[in-house]
Design a protein around this ligand. Sequence first.
Ligand SMILES: [Zn+2]
Length: 451
Amino acid sequence: MAVFFMRCVAARVRKGSWATAACLVACLVAPAASASDCPGHPDALGTSRTLVVDPKEHPRIGTMQYAETLPLADHEVVLTFDDGPLPRYSNQILEILASRCVKATFFTIGRMAQSSPEGVRKLRDAGHTIGTHTQNHPLSMNRMAIERARKEIDEGIASVKAALGDDADQSLAPFFRIPGLLRADSVENYLAEQGMQVWSADFLADDWHHISSARVYDLAMKRLEATGKGILLLHDIHARTVAALPRILDQLKARGYHIVHVVAATVERPPTPTEPQQWRLHPPPENMAVTRWPEVPNFVFADNGELPAPSLSDFDLLDARPIAIAKAVDRSRPPEVRFPQVIEAGPENAAMTLPAPAQAVFEIPQGLRRVMSEIDLNARRGEQAGTSPREARARSAPARASASPHPARGKAYIANRHGRDARRGKAKVAGRAGAPAATSHRPPQVKRRNV
Ligand SMILES: [Zn+2]
């Protein structure tokens, strides 16, 4: 609490801005949950404060898509985990968070809650916030009929409530995240009518991609350093996230970041006092290139049509089919947000995600291998008989062309290939005989290696 208080004062003095009072009030109102309250883990990151929000006042948050985001102070972070519960990984995520007394928000899927209702109850029992993320995680809410979207939303809520049992109304927060962040006006309007808050995010760690846990860590920290605060979107269904999370949390602690736990306002629990400006877009740092939302977002998700309902066996595929999000903007409305776009150096990042070439790339087709052997044999015989490699090649060409698996190109391709092989053979012979390779009628060849 003292640390937060000092940060408030320092930030407001530095910026000379409007919200000093609100910030300090938030300091005083927010329940204390410092790292020192983490039994057995005196050096834990902990949860610095609880932020109570009213979804009706702020129906859409997250600077990746909206004008508003959570009213966080500098160096404050909100952790969110999507797509669970999947016991194999969600339980590990819970253990990691518990070991550091960190509270987070989980956007659960209805079908996953049906498969693992005890997993949902574990989230509740650990004191985390539970939101929903549809029943089947369709990656098409930006273009599906609103009736169908409503069904996805409603069934997802019903499934998670069924898992929670009697106290579902108290345990389930009216927080919702659209799968793939594939927003649509009609979906957002329906959620607002239901009194629900749509959560986008402030930054990602790309943990749904097939990247290493080290890369997940790097992206999380680099993007956080660029924004200085915000909502981090992760998934509790991937091994790479489990592997990256301890290091992320430890670095948050080391770099002076603080975890904020977000809960929804109720009759008994009024919202944390804030000023409207605190909810507006975080000012982008000076070193970040920005553009206008949302013509071409810099995050991509899959969209190969609506995915089938997830099962435990195929769930890793849910968020792993990349496509661009391309929701058209209603230009009759004023632009909602400025979209911070992190410019990342290309080659070194690309190298991290480029696929390794398959073994098949380097394999020579069986038929071609036989022809090449024949050519090589003919060339050697020709040389031994005093015939030039070119003549030997010409003699064997018809057989090669007819045997090629690619008749149209086989002649030229194989001839080139043979020429190289024959030259290699000649050089070898010349080298063995002690004669210079330049005795050939061709100029000396610079050896080139195609990898
Ligand atoms: Zn998701």
